[in-house]
Design a binder for this molecule. Structure first.
Ligand code: GLU
Length: 428
């Protein structure tokens, strides 16, 4: 059966895990659907005076282990089903890294790239107004996700403090450093993944200098990932953003790509303006422009989807030419694709483990917000490393013991911990 929606894809992995763990009927019922599924309409006034109505979501999947936790994305395709799946993945993720949170997610169906800064601020404040009754430092703690950033977190915190007349630094994470943010939060997702990739490379006896890397997505996670790997000697052969990708067989310099992305809005900006490309210059530099679909099928050793979900499916999995897939995006691989990749001998390190560095440092930020302490960058980095490597060890052990893929092992570790919390609370 082909699981057609993001939540159906999550459920497929969940059902297998619940069965294997012999969860009771009641436990299965609790975990089959989110605890709360809030939907609202946000209305903002555009700069030209017209009104814009937007669909907004906050899904609270499970809080057995602690307050709900999860980012908010601004994306034209964000919908209830996707946000539901992402909320559920957050609960597994916080359990895999063993931080005291549950899982939730938010979304606004909007393309922020088509809005002015003032309009984005209105959407951000509107989101908090809409869901304020369901959010709070000990209830549900939001954070950045696709197309949201520290500025947006600052507006949201400010709005929450205004409405509730409180001082609430722990209301939201991913804030700017000057307004209750934590050292290391901006690079945390990539850095956490980097620790796992390094560990894997060492365990496999590989040499980073000989490994070719393809990265899909050049947002916060993808661009930092490219720079970290490049700095450690890996050869980044291709990167992309929503406009398309750039492939240089001999390796590219992500710092330079980042510079052009900032200047032109696109990773291909050094060679192309819109659809018009400087073919001579491309030839000279041995550059090929590729689509996002082509990029995933390039020959490489490490493939890192770092953008959206549902990009590695039964349609392209057989054509993927890599040894490892490290999922920096949430939900990039479908269960059907997983089966094909496994047959091909491709190792997939799943989202719920690999990209958990972001929410891990969110936990550090939340703790600092509650205690008033300020951690140094070194403290954050060493605690992040410890947390990620402990989680990786737990997943690896489970995989070996139960003969599971890393994804199913991570689900097993995460769901077991959620069930334990449900049992001690008497929810079973
Ligand atoms: N949006 C990130 C994720 O999907 C971070 C969530 C958080 O920090 O709460 O893991």
């Amino acid at each position: 059966m082909i699981a057609s929606s993001p939540y159906a894809r999550f459920q497929e992995n969940l059902e297998v895990t619940l069965k294997r763990l012999k969860a009771s009927k009641r436990e299965q019922d609790v975990l089959r659907e989110p605890q709360y599924n809030h939907k609202k309409e946000i209305e903002i006034t555009r700069d030209d005076g017209s009104k814009l109505k937007l669909h907004a979501f906050r899904v609270q999947y499970n809080n057995a282990r602690g307050p709900y936790k999860g980012g908010i994305r601004f994306h034209p395709e964000a919908d209830e089903n996707e946000v539901k799946a992402l909320a559920a993945l957050m609960a597994i993720k916080t359990a895999v890294v063993d931080i005291p949170f549950g899982g939730s997610k938010g979304g606004v169906q909007v393309n922020p790239k088509e809005l002015s800064k003032r309009e984005v601020e209105a959407v951000s404040r509107g989101y908090v107004k809409a869901f304020v009754d369901h959010l709070g430092p000990e209830i549900d703690v939001p954070a950045p996700d696709v197309n949201t950033n520290p500025d947006i977190m600052a507006w949201m915190r400010d709005e929450f403090e205004k409405i509730t007349k409180t001082f609430a630094p722990a209301f939201i994470t991913g804030k700017p450093l000057s307004y209750g943010g934590s050292e290391g939060r901006d690079t945390a997702t990539a850095r956490g993944a980097f620790f796992i990739i390094q560990e894997m490379v060492e365990r496999e006896g590989l040499d980073s200098k000989e490994l070719r890397v393809v990265i899909q997505g050049f947002g916060n996670a993808g661009s930092h990932m490219a720079e970290l790997l490049h700095g450690a000697g890996f050869t980044i052969v291709a990167v992309s953003d929503s406009h398309g990708g750039i492939y240089v067989e001999g390796g590219l310099d992500p710092v330079r790509i980042d510079k052009y992305k900032k200047q032109t809005g696109s990773v291909t900006g050094e060679y192309c303006q819109g659809s018009v490309c400087d073919v001579e210059k491309m030839k000279l530099d041995n550059v090929r422009i590729v689509t996002n679909g082509e990029l995933l099928e390039l020959p490489c050793d490490i493939l890192i989807p770092a953008a959206l979900d549902n990009v590695i499916t039964e349609k392209n999995a057989a054509k993927i030419q890599t040894k490892f897939i490290f999922e920096l995006a949430n939900g990039p691989t479908t269960p059907e694709a997983d089966a094909i990749l496994e047959k091909k001998g491709i190792t997939v390190v799943p989202d719920v483990l690999l990209n958990a560095g972001g929410v891990t440092v969110s936990f550090f930020e939340w703790s600092q917000g509650r205690s008033g302490e300020q951690w140094t960058a070194e403290q954050v980095d060493s605690e992040l490393r410890r947390t990620m490597l402990n989680a990786f060890t737990a997943v690896r052990r489970e995989a070996r013991r139960e003969k599971l893929s890393y994804r199913m092992a991570a689900f097993s570790v995460g769901v077991k911990r959620i069930l334990e919390a449900m049992r001690v609370r008497g929810w079973s």
